[in-house]
Design a protein around this ligand. Structure first.
Ligand SMILES: [Zn+2]
Length: 416
């Protein structure tokens, strides 16, 4: 099945400069293409990928800097723009600012990339125009069929994400049939399971938090465009990137553990995006309830709920686990023993004490049990014989965009 492998890249000085140039060209193509699309929309017309790709080919004869960079990366940028505009609307797609956007571009033709092992720690991959690029082999890449590769700069370092077909298939049945767990993605601990386990880790150290405060102070005191400001900004970005990597690692490991041990994993549909949206707003129109929401938002985002859901979907493909998504309503206010719903039962963030049957439990574990019960109710309905042609196995996911798959609940809950 299709999966991603990410490696840190060790460019030569020349390659770094060239990669920056490719990124800059892709950014220019994106912004020009977006401006053109907006111009057309203002006149009530549409601009699509095909004419834009033709115009790009013409522009190459005039601008040597466009000829210099790999053509496929530029075409891919236009395709990405096309998809973004279709999905989100031309006026909601963002500009790529030189300061905010970190360069990223994709080489679509994986069959033209060769991988060679250099030593125990390093390999090299051959990319169009960039030539042989040295990688830190933090995990194996041999035996996989490469589909595409994306280069991204994160802080000072470049990374390559290789989309590969690893030739493995989702097992027909989970090795431990009949096992099931409910998962609550809490604020106290990142993850609570219906077995009573609380899985969590710190994503920043105390020293890092102190350093962030000091850097933010430097940033606010330094003059705009000064070298000091750039240095502070880069240092901040490096700390945030480290935090992000730890979070990804945590999500992947927790998801793997849960999927390996359970044939059914039930999670709640939290719609993280909607919960965090209203506080953002813009400079002109700040979101409502900004102060009230920002603390919770930070907690939600910091614990990486969305990332965990993605990681779980990905891990489940390898174990044959069915991921069931249930609505989140009342899971934190319902007693897992007597099933009574009462907001007063939720004594604090951490403690649930039922006011009807006085059942006492960690609030997130209680919620996880409710989630499991809701999920099992859904799978029980699903197991009823249904008319031919309508049967659908929750275990089988077609290979494709994992993110899209996950947004569609594996098993839709019956309408209330
Ligand atoms: Zn109760």
């Amino acid at each position: 099945m299709l999966t991603g492998r990410r490696f840190r890249v060790e460019f030569t000085g020349e390659q770094t400069a060239f990669a920056e140039r490719i990124g800059a060209a892709c950014r220019a193509v994106w912004n020009t293409g977006l401006e053109q699309r907006r111009e057309y929309r203002r006149r009530g017309a549409w601009m699509n990928y095909q004419p834009q790709a033709r115009e790009l080919a013409e522009a190459k004869t005039e601008h040597p800097w466009l000829r210099d960079v790999p053509g496929h990366c530029l075409q891919q940028t236009l395709m990405d723009l096309d998809r973004a505009c279709r999905e989100h609307g031309t006026f909601r797609v963002r500009w790529r600012s030189g300061r905010r956007w970190s360069p990223s571009f994709r080489f679509p033709e994986g069959n033209k990339m060769a991988v060679e092992k250099l030593n125990r720690r390093h390999s090299r991959i051959k990319l169009p125009k960039l030539g042989w690029v040295k990688l830190r082999m933090s995990r194996p890449l041999t035996g996989d069929i490469i589909r595409s590769a994306t280069l991204t700069r994160e802080g000072r370092h470049w990374f390559i994400s290789v989309l590969v077909d690893d030739g493995r298939l989702t097992p027909e049945a989970h090795p431990a049939p009949g096992t099931a767990a409910g998962v609550d993605r809490g604020v106290v601990a990142a993850i609570a399971t219906s077995d009573g386990a609380l899985i969590d880790r710190a994503f920043t150290t105390a020293g890092e938090r102190r350093r962030v405060v000091a850097l933010q102070r430097t940033l606010s005191r330094s003059a705009k465009g000064s070298a000091n400001r750039d240095r502070a900004r880069a240092a901040l970005a490096a700390i945030r990137a480290r935090e992000r990597r730890r979070r990804l690692d945590f999500c992947a490991q927790a998801a793997h553990q849960l999927a390996a041990a359970n044939s059914v994993v039930v999670i709640e549909d939290l719609k993280t995006k909607q919960m965090t949206k209203s506080a953002k707003g813009t400079l002109e129109a700040p979101g409502r309830n900004v102060r009230a929401k920002s603390g919770l938002n930070r907690a939600i985002l910091a614990k990486g709920w969305h990332q965990f859901a993605l990681a779980l979907g990905s891990a489940a493909r390898y174990t044959g686990t069915a991921v069931v998504v249930v609505p989140a309503a009342y899971t934190s206010q319902r007693c897992s023993v007597c099933k009574e719903v009462d907001p007063k039962s939720r004594e604090s963030q951490a403690v649930f004490r039922c006011i009807h049957c006085s059942h006492t439990e960690h609030a997130d574990v209680n919620a996880a049990k409710n989630i499991l019960a809701a999920g099992l109710a859904v799978t029980a309905c699903e197991d009823q014989p249904r008319p031919a042609g309508r049967a659908r196995s929750p275990k089988q996911e077609p290979a494709g965009n994992r993110e899209e798959l996950l947004l569609q609940p594996t098993i839709a809950a019956p309408a209330a």
